[in-house]
Design a protein around this ligand. Structure first.
Ligand code: ADP
Ligand code: ZN
Length: 504
């Protein structure tokens, strides 16, 4: 380990996995991104006779891995569609004559008879399945190509098979073990806690000022701003450039050349900020990313964890800031509703509701994240999330909540947030006049607060299930049981007002 990789010592999970593989056992390992997975199989690959097959989903990832392994003197190669016929046959010859320790392959190879025949005629030490959750429909990144991997025990009988993933819930774990037909695998779940990351959720404000002021705190540091759409990536990158930030866009709609150049510029610290869709980051090992900002709602807790996980890989402090507004939800819903596969749609809805609870709740963010991955965080206060750091001011807003709830009741639960707010702040517009809402007792009683305050209060009441919101194009608000109790003064509302009063 020391001679090849130059590390002083193993991380605890690494040593266990290496020993299991050397003993010929199947392995199922859940390790967070940056947990040091490569060593777990590269070391046994060097020590065992024959070549280890590593199945990896991304061509770009393979090349980086091979370059990294070769830099450590490991005899590594990859086989995928980016190679021409001559290059491919050179790799195959090297495999057959036993000149390789590691061979990275794309999953679809296992569906090819001639590839399987070749494996039978070569000496293979073990099979490593990277991103193994791709084999599960329950995972967040199902790839049908991965199903071909269940033939491995037949094609390569008697060798250890190891599945690695960074994101497996219990259900996905069982699915992986079953589909890959792992035999009594050694199961390892490394901790997902990233102690050097600070998690913050802030209410997202419309306009560009909020993002700009956050980025100013990070002047001269590297970071990623994630946005959902290509258009918003372009717009945000252009806006930041105009304001003098060294920023570049990254998304799958850019041509290959520009994408690669922008990525390289970021990795080489020629720009500070990369504004990107989720297309950015897979397999990028930039160690000094100091912040990851989600300017839009991530699509699931897994993706949030993955994307924030790209910060602070050097172990130094880094911050993860999620800008959240309840008004982002309908935008995500729009895409989900367009999904044709009903099962896929349900899963997406489920992921969305979990990520919304994460952002809306007032519990320790770290605890919620670790809970999600089935891990119990041992302390009450993590001292590095917005909630534990007390960045929130707790204000008694029972009276205001009652105003809103009674506005809902007095308008027969037939209106949405915007109109209810107009009533409370006493706006005079056509809709108010048409419905005679300016004659309601609640008209204008909330004008001491601005619209933003009311929006936040509604978000919070929805998150704590005091108020429900109907489906559809014009969602209407209605009271739930806890809302009725608040109205009868049997329950109080302590509103978490996320303030910008201090920063971490
Ligand atoms: P993963 O593939 O799990 O995302 P890597 O294998 O790329 O992670 O490792 C992440 C980082 O941790 C790399 O920069 C690597 O050099 C470093 N690393 C891995 N194992 C050790 C170790 N035992 N001691 C010190 N650093 C390590
Ligand atoms: Zn915390």
């Amino acid at each position: 380990m020391h001679r090849i990789f130059g590390f002083r010592s193993f991380r605890p999970s690494q040593e266990e996995i290496v020993r299991a593989l050397l003993a010929g056992r199947d392995v199922f390992a859940v390790m967070p991104t940056g947990g040091g997975k490569s060593l777990c199989y590269q070391l046994p690959a060097v020590l065992m006779p024959g070549a280890a097959l590593v199945v990896s989903p991304l061509i770009s990832l393979m090349k980086d891995q091979v370059d990294g392994a070769r830099a450590n003197g490991i005899r590594a190669a990859f086989l995928n569609s980016s190679l021409d016929a001559t290059e491919q046959s050179a790799v195959l010859r090297a495999l057959q004559s036993g000149e390789l320790d590691l061979l990275y392959v794309a999953p679809e190879r296992f569906a090819l008879d001639h590839f399987r025949d070749l494996l039978l005629r070569s000496r293979i030490s073990m099979a490593i399945i990277d991103e193994a959750h791709c084999i599960s429909e329950w995972g967040h990144d199902f790839r049908p190509d991965y199903l071909a991997l269940s033939s491995i025990p037949e094609v390569l009988p008697g060798i250890p098979v190891a599945a690695f993933t960074a994101t497996a819930t219990e259900r996905v774990q069982h699915d992986i073990v079953r589909k890959l037909r792992l035999r009594d695998p050694f199961v390892l779940r490394a901790s997902f806690d990233r102690p050097n990351l600070t998690y913050e959720v802030r209410f997202k404000e419309p306009g560009e000022a909020q993002l700009v002021s956050i980025l100013k705190e990070f002047t001269g540091q590297s970071g990623i701003v994630y946005r959902t759409s290509r258009k918003s990536v372009n717009d945000t990158a252009a806006m930041l450039q105009k304001r003098g930030f060294r920023a570049l866009p990254y998304h799958a709609g850019l041509d290959d050349r520009e994408r690669r150049d922008n990525q390289e510029a970021f990795i080489r610290d020629e720009v500070d900020v990369i504004v990107a869709t989720v297309a950015f980051g897979m397999g990028i090992d930039k160690s000094n990313v100091r912040f990851v900002i989600h300017a839009d709602l991530p699509k699931s807790i897994e993706s949030y964890y993955q994307e924030t996980g790209r910060a602070g890989r050097d172990g130094e402090a880094a911050r993860c800031i999620l800008l959240f507004s309840q008004s982002d939800i309908p935008k995500v819903r729009f895409f989900i509703d367009a999904m044709t596969d009903e099962e896929e749609r349900q899963r997406a809805l489920d992921s969305l509701s979990k990520v919304v609870s994460f952002a809306s709740a007032t519990a320790c963010r770290r605890r919620m994240l670790l809970d999600y991955f089935g891990e119990t965080y041992p302390r009450d206060n993590c001292a590095s999330c917005d909630v534990c750091l007390g960045l929130h001011e707790l204000t008694d807003c029972t009276r205001e909540a009652q105003m809103l709830l009674s506005a809902i009741v007095r308008t027969d639960s037939r209106f949405g947030a915007a109109h209810l707010i107009d009533i409370l702040v006493g706006r005079k517009n056509q809709k108010i006049r048409d419905f005679g809402h300016d004659r309601l007792k609640v008209y204008g009683i909330g004008k001491e607060h601005d619209k933003k305050f009311w929006r936040r209060l509604i978000d919070d009441l929805i998150a704590r299930k005091a108020v429900g919101r109907s489906e559809g194009l014009y969602p209407m608000l209605y009271l739930l049981e806890s809302g009725a109790r608040i109205l009868r003064a049997e329950e109080r509302v302590e509103l978490v007002r996320i303030t910008e009063k201090k920063s971490v």
